[in-house]
Structure formats: structure tokens, C-alpha cells
Design a protein around this ligand. Sequence first.
Ligand code: 6PG
Length: 234
Amino acid sequence: MTLSNSGVSPTWKLFKNSTQLAEHATLDILNAASVSIKNNGAFHIVLAGGTTPRNVYKLLAQATSDWQHWHIYLGDERCLAVDDGERNSVMANECLLQHVSIPETQIHFIPSELGPEKAAYAYKDTLSAVEEFDMVLLGMGEDGHTASLFPGHIHDPQQLTHAVFDAPKPPAERVSLSSACLSNNANLLIFITGHSKHERVIDWISGVSMPVSTIKSKNKAAVYCDHSAWLGET
Ligand code: 6PG
């Protein structure tokens, strides 16, 4: 995997509510999968953590796709026990992966139960086998973080993964893909919903730099934002 933070910045698309956003995003993901599988025989997708993508994953779980050609990665993981309900892997399993027939060997979770450093080191090997992600899904926190890349945290930009020890969003210990690794994609989709994200949306479009705004795409990038986050509607 070659790293670079050059690339295209996202365009913004607004949706009346999170339901319409999730429906549109689901169709985009299924289309991207169809094109990748048709052209390359595989679809390598990085799943976002947190709560925003849950509705998208639940809609995907009801859809039809060539699941046997999907390859799953996570943008970040919390350092918790394998079966802890707060893990992104558990959320992805519950909402999507246990409902579709993606081969187990093609689901690449971050072994964060090993702790930040060991897990970040181990996941680097997994990621180095991927030339470029076909799609990367991300969320954004109220402080402008994405994956587990938090404002004010300094990381080696040449790394594929980062061990995180002092995340302001619990748990403190996490593993994150780097900005450059997340930017190595053909299709970037960032989901932002809810009025709690409004201030950072305004900051972002006003040119304030934050971790989420460092993520680019080699080809196509979009931020899907609902009216609550865009207008600050409650
Ligand atoms: C995590 C996520 C994180 C998330 C944002 C938004 O592990 O916490 O990867 O980056 O995407 O915090 O979270 P919500 O979607 O819950 O608002």
C-alpha cells in the first residue's frame, strides 16, 4: 500500500433526515461494490465505527450483493474485549456481518484486545496486502475527529496504523488507521448526522482544519450530512 495525503476533498450532499441519508448511502455502497466486483473481482471496504453508520449497515444487511467478494476492514477499533458491546466489530457484526455471507477469512477485524501497540503492529500486515481501498466509510465526532484520529494528537504520517492511548472519547486506548491510509481509497463517504455535529460542520466548511478534513480520496469523495447537522436543527 502506497501512502499519500494528496487527493480530492469531498463534495457535500445534504439530506432532510438521517433516514434518507442512510437509504441513499446504502445504494451508493451497493453500486460501488457492484462496479468493483465487476471490474476487479473484489470489493475492499473500510467500515466506520460509532453509531451513525448503524442504519446504513442494517439496510445493507437486507440487500442483495455478491457478498462472497466483499473484504471488510475497520477504520478504527476500541481496545476492549472481543465480545464487548462497545467494540466497532461487535456493532458491525450485529448490524451487518452476521446477516450476510461474507467469508470469515475476508473479514479483517483489528485485534485491539491485544492492546494499542500490538494491535496496531499486527494490523499493519493486514493492510499492507491491500493496494487501495475500493471504499472508505467514516463518521465525524463533535470535535472533528474521525476513526480514532483526534484533534491535537501527533502521529507519524508515514504509518498505516496508530496506537492511541489518550483518546478523549472513551475508551482511551484505541487503534486507528492513519490519515494517509484512510485516504488511499477510490471512494470516500463520510456520514454526519445530528445537531451535535453542527458547530464542527460550520468549522469544516469555514476552512478550519481538523482530523476528518485531512482524509482525501484518489477518485471520489462525499460528505453526506443531514439538515440537523447542517442547519443545527434540533
Ligand atoms: C469510534 C468511531 C468514531 C466515530 C465518531 C462519530 O470508534 O468512536 O470510529 O470515529 O465515527 O466518533 O461517532 P457517532 O457516529 O457515534 O456520532
